[in-house]
Write a protein that binds this ligand. Structure first.
Ligand SMILES: Cc1ncc(COP(=O)(O)O)c(C=O)c1O
Length: 435
């Protein structure tokens, strides 16, 4: 299922309140046909606070899906830092500014010593696109390995390696997809099978006259249906691409900044140090900031013949926001909460599965969960979509993922409490009983 199809999304022609129908017609007229809306009955959100979103009628929705507002929607410490800095200065990295240096120092301290530089961008797409440019300079290769339902961004190069987006742009000619790390795809062992798939993709490149450049992976495999385990399985895959002269890029846009509960970055669960790490979404809690962390000798190969300037990336406001996000994470113990609440929520999902045949396996790391939806033991995307839309009607927001669109994706802001987890489980139980 490509992202463009949005299995649980709004379908033109659905019956809606008249004012929303007017709004959608206006939106189509102004924004054109490329955008998609969540939910069969799209939401009109006007305010967010913590883990709650409020619509224009004042109805509250428990947000169990948005990872951008990672420290909570509109967190006052973040918005205050943003506003304060915006009243003083908002220039870029071509002037000296301590704000960006202080933030870079603090951010790099969250990585192993090998990852010594950071470059700031505005979006995860830009970070991944830059990673490709740097990798080409460092390796002399162009061949890219991704999983077969990957998502890495919106630029031409990153869309061409976003195999989940659909046939319009992906995969590009130098992109060599491999099966996602599932037991079904690698019945003899995910770690060895996945590494062997990297090897085989490099061999296919060789036959096509393409030199290996990168293995780039979302380290939680969110669009592949949430694949966090077994821990350690990425290490042999990284070794395999390096043996062919390529680099390993960890795309931390989804799992990064403490979401997996046991560390700041998803790759940390796998005992591997990447060559580059791309960051995004939660980094600015809604302020558009992202970045690329890189080993110095790799960046040196790029910088020998190129310079980098991003008008907005690393501006003074971004630096202030980034600091505030890390302050909140530390002071509110959000990574610890991700571990604690995430484990309770995953346990709750597995207990519910004892009562509801529709719920299959739940895979989870911290507050990132994927649960298979099945009918007679087979993937059922239509049922997953119905569950997501029924939950939305009860005031709980989640979505779906995976190549078939049959996996519930649960990924709330990190202040999600045990009480919130209970609310979600109670509503899901009711939705499943009422099916
Ligand atoms: C894994 C992953 N990488 C990269 C991106 C692109 O980030 P952005 O939308 O900020 O360009 C996304 C966005 O959904 C993502 O999920």
């Amino acid at each position: 299922m490509s992202q463009s199809m949005m299995p649980n999304g709004y379908v033109p022609g659905a019956t809606l309140p008249p004012e929303d129908a007017v709004r959608i017609t206006r939106r189509d007229r102004l924004l054109g046909p490329a955008y998609r809306l969540f939910y069969a009955e799209p939401l009109h959100i006007v305010r967010g606070e913590g883990v709650w979103l409020h619509d224009r009628e004042g109805r509250a929705y428990l947000d169990a899906y948005n990872n951008v507002a990672s420290v909570g929607h509109c967190h006052p410490r973040v918005t205050e830092a943003m506003a304060m800095q915006a009243t003083q200065l908002a220039t870029h990295t071509r002037y000296l500014h301590d704000g960006i240096l202080d933030y870079a120092e603090r951010l790099l301290a969250l990585f192993p010593a090998e990852l010594g530089h950071v470059i700031f961008t505005c979006t995860g797409s830009e970070a991944n696109d830059l990673a490709l440019r740097i990798a080409r300079a460092a390796t002399g290769g162009t061949g890219i390995i991704v999983t077969d339902n990957a998502y890495h961004g919106t630029s031409l190069a990153t869309a061409e390696m976003s195999t989940s987006v659909g046939p319009a742009t992906a995969p590009g000619p130098a992109v060599f997809p491999i099966p996602a790390p599932t037991v079904e795809n690698y019945p003899d062992g995910i770690a060895s099978g996945f590494a062997a798939a990297v090897d085989a993709a490099c061999d296919r490149m060789g036959s096509a006259g393409v030199r290996p450049c990168v293995l780039i992976l979302d380290t939680i495999f969110s669009s592949d249906g949430v694949r966090p385990d077994p821990q350690g399985f990425l290490a042999p895959a990284a070794a395999a691409i390096r043996a062919h002269g390529g680099l390993f890029i960890a795309d931390e846009v989804q799992p990064g900044f403490g979401r997996t509960g046991t560390g700041m970055w998803g790759y940390g669960r796998h005992g591997v140090v990447p060559d580059m790490v791309s960051l995004g979404k939660p980094m600015g809690n809604g302020y558009p900031m992202a970045g690329l962390v890189v080993r110095p000798h790799i960046l040196a190969a790029f910088a020998a013949n190129a310079r980098y300037f991003n008008t907005f990336g690393g501006n003074a406001v971004a630096a202030a926001v980034g600091q505030a996000v890390l302050d909140v994470m530390r002071d509110e113990g959000l990574m610890q909460n991700a571990a604690h609440t995430g484990a309770a929520l995953a346990d709750g999902m597995r207990s519910l599965a004892d009562q509801h045949a529709a719920l299959g396996e739940t895979r989870a790391a911290g507050l990132f969960l994927g649960t298979d939806i099945l009918t007679d033991g087979q993937p059922d995307a239509a049922l997953a979509s119905r569950i997501v839309n029924d939950l939305r009607r009860t005031g709980v927001l989640i979505s779906t993922s995976g190549p078939l669109g049959h996996i519930l994706k649960i990924r709330p802001p990190l202040p999600f409490s045990l009480a919130n987890a209970d609310q979600l489980l109670t509503k899901l139980d009711k939705v499943l009983r009422d099916l």
